[in-house]
Design a protein around this ligand. Structure first.
Ligand code: ASP
Length: 363
């Protein structure tokens, strides 16, 4: 059995197969209308979502399967204090596959440790959002015809933007990728991502504050929303919320074949006058999300034309060391609330210990 918790859970070859399947589904969705007849997807959403939850539901329906689940923590036994481990043990008896969104980082990892069915991370706090990455990769591929040799600019909230973290992970494995990280000083990409993704892969990477200066050289511009719900200090959010606004005027600085992506929802970081620019790819991106989630469900259930994936141990547990008396100090880590969880840490190449669930450094 396999899960999707982090883009690294799939090899580049497995990702290629998934992307090909997504493209095949996009070309002829009706052909796949009964692939998942009789199968059940559980959507376990402890945090609000429009696109992700609806696209998972729609994906399973388009494959002929059924869907059950909840769309907020209040509507689940989490409100009575049930652990993630117990919830997934119960759901494993009711469904064939589960997609989990949770405000605490590492919650889907915790679920996967106890699950008898494949678990998909549908977004955990500010950590990862690998199915958005599948959507992003399919969009980049369809716009640019390749996933390598691209200069990719990420703009906005790079600290809390989990879609950025997952896409950086995924792109780091392709040749000739360059990153331009455009953010205010306070919202820079977490250090652990630079240490674990950028440095070991020798990826040319610059951190800048000006979108205008970065624009002319970009092949892809990945805009993001400032993640209001993740700020401990609301005044800081107010101060930073208008940091970047992409409008038709700024678009004039971009290449003719640049593609603008955004995981949505947007607030004000892309003005409406950009929507009609042929380089705006964000609505096409949401549509691709449906096809890639169909491809993913088929693949994890062993129903893809390429057959079942080979079994693989959980990547985030590889080499993990137990520190029973030393819980992770990051305020949004699942280790802070989950009863019975033994804190686990993984040693990075530089020798530093990082929480296996949320990847923050051990204090
Ligand atoms: N929908 C994306 C997410 O769930 C992006 C966002 O919320 O800003 O992370």
């Amino acid at each position: 059995m396999r899960h999707l918790l982090d883009p690294f859970d799939f090899s580049v070859e497995e990702l290629d197969d998934l992307l090909h399947l997504g493209q095949a589904i996009a070309a002829d969705p009706a052909k796949y209308a009964h692939v998942c007849d009789g199968k059940v997807l559980a959507t376990l959403f402890y945090e609000p979502s429009t696109r992700t939850r609806l696209s998972f539901t729609s994906a399973m329906m388009h494959l002929g399967g059924n869907v059950l689940g909840f769309s907020s923590a209040n509507a689940s036994s989490a409100s009575k204090g049930e652990t993630v481990a117990d919830t997934i043990r119960v759901v494993s008896g009711y469904a064939d596959i589960a997609a989990m969104r949770h405000p605490l980082e590492g919650a889907p990892m915790r679920a996967a440790m106890f699950s008898r069915i494949p678990v998909i991370n549908a977004g955990d706090g500010g950590h990862q959002h690998p199915t958005q990455t599948l959507t992003d990769l399919m969009t980049i591929l369809s716009r640019r015809g390749r996933l390598d040799h691209l200069r990719v600019g990420f703009c906005g909230d790079l600290k809390y933007g989990r879609t950025v973290h997952s896409l950086m992970h995924a792109l780091s494995r392709y040749e000739g990728i360059e990153f331009v990280l455009i953010s205010p000083e306070e919202l820079r990409v977490p250090r652990h991502l630079i240490d674990s993704v950028v440095v070991p892969n020798n990826i040319p990477c610059t951190e800048v504050t000006s979108l205008e200066d970065a624009m002319p050289s970009l092949d892809i511009l990945y805009m993001t929303r400032i993640q209001r719900e993740r700020f401990a200090d609301k005044l800081e959010y107010e101060r930073l919320k208008n940091s970047y606004i992409l409008d038709a005027e700024k678009m004039k600085l971009g290449k003719a074949d640049m593609a603008v992506l955004h995981p949505l929802p947007r607030v004000n970081e892309i003005t409406l006058d950009v929507d009609n620019d042929p380089r705006a790819a964000y609505f096409e991106q949401t549509q691709n999300g449906l096809y890639m989630r169909m491809a993913l469900i088929m693949t994890l259930l062993g129903l893809a034309p390429t057959g079942p994936l080979a079994d693989k141990p959980l990547a985030f547990l590889q080499g993990a060391e137990k520190y029973p008396d030393d819980p992770c100090q990051f305020r949004n880590c699942i280790t802070r609330t989950e009863e019975g969880l033994i804190p686990l840490y993984v040693r990075s190449e530089s020798g530093e210990l990082r929480c296996a669930y949320c990847e923050h450094s051990k204090k």
